[in-house]
Unconditional design. Structure first.
Length: 332
């Protein structure tokens, strides 16, 4: 089969489409014929040699995939049959023509949804769902600050916060991205390049601040985050785009707010925890993607690249211009 590959860490130019061995499903696994995958920041980091896959995971790029069941391993429960349309969050291997998935981690495609659209769901939406409900324990009426609001996770989080009857507030770097977050349901949005988002958040919340912060930026935001975090607030870090080295009296500031820091990496969670999150997501969220559902949820696809143009897709994400997900179409 063909797969996205690189022989040594480096820039996008190292990527190419390589012929590799097709995997066989093991005990309790399903073989998925992949029609579409999607690109994530983790793929960029792995390509640079900074984010290796977990022990035992495929070293092929791709943390999500949508396609059809092509085979069943021993011991499968019978829930899935060959030809069923499905999607999955993966620890790796999604940007290939086939990938094996534990059957408990497969999810059905929402009604009337294409493989391209479905490929934009697993990583972003499960990450946002896990951060909000399993880590942050969001409650009705709470205010949630979402950094990188026009990213895949950001746009998913906005809609999931609305679904939880809470209030989403975002940051983004362009007016076009802020407009996209408003279209997704953000109650307020601030351009972090042109204004102090902490001051604007405090103005919007009449000085009380936000109850939860979803932060993929890290070190450069710590002071502003704590300035606009409410007493007893939860600061959830799931990425370090600006690095992780903090200079300053972080602990004293945190203590003065009685605030808590939570961290999460979805890729490194064990299969049992991931299966539990996926089951809750399937039951509580997935039905809202179907046509006619109210409230209706919608993944946003920014652009689609064929697998042989994987290097171009990486360059596009590194330019940070995408709004929503960059999807990789896999050849038949």
């Amino acid at each position: 089969m063909f797969a996205a590959y690189f022989d040594c860490p480096g820039g996008p130019e190292n990527l190419y489409m390589k012929e590799v061995t097709k995997p066989d499903p093991g005990e309790g696994e399903v073989l998925l014929k992949v029609s579409a995958s999607a690109l994530n920041r983790a793929d960029l980091l792995q390509r640079r040699g900074k984010y290796p896959p977990p022990r035992g995971a495929s070293d092929i790029l791709g943390l999500e995939a949508a396609g059809s069941v092509a085979g069943l391993g021993r011991g499968c429960s019978g829930r899935w049959k060959v030809g069923d349309a499905a999607m999955a969050l993966l620890s790796g291997g999604g940007q290939a023509q086939f990938v094996t998935v534990p059957e408990g981690l497969l999810m059905p495609l929402p009604e009337d949804m294409t493989f391209i659209q479905a490929a934009a769901i697993p990583e972003a939406w499960l990450t946002a769902f896990q951060l909000l409900h399993f880590v942050g324990k969001v409650q009705e009426g709470e205010r949630v600050l979402i950094h990188a609001g026009a990213s895949g996770v950001g746009l998913a989080a906005i809609q999931l916060v609305r679904l939880a009857k809470a209030i989403p507030i975002v940051t983004a770097g362009t007016q076009e991205k802020l407009q996209a977050t408003a279209n997704a349901g953000a109650a307020a949005g601030f351009n972090y390049k042109r204004e102090d988002f902490s001051e604007r958040v405090l103005e919007f919340t009449q000085g009380s601040g936000v109850d939860i912060i979803l932060d993929c930026v890290g070190a450069s935001y710590w002071e502003k985050n704590l300035s606009c975090l409410s007493t007893d607030g939860r600061w959830i870090i799931y990425g370090l785009l600006s690095g992780g080295e903090v200079h300053g009296d972080l602990l004293a500031r945190l203590l003065s707010k009685r605030a808590s820091i939570h961290t999460s990496l979805l890729r490194s969670r064990d299969k049992e925890a991931s299966s539990g999150h996926q089951q809750s997501f399937t039951e509580e969220v997935l039905p809202h993607f179907s046509r006619g559902a109210s409230p209706h949820l919608q993944p946003l696809v920014d652009s689609v690249y064929p697998l042989h143009a994987i290097a171009e897709a990486h360059r596009a994400m590194e330019e940070n211009k995408n709004i929503g997900k960059i999807v990789i179409e896999i050849p038949v």
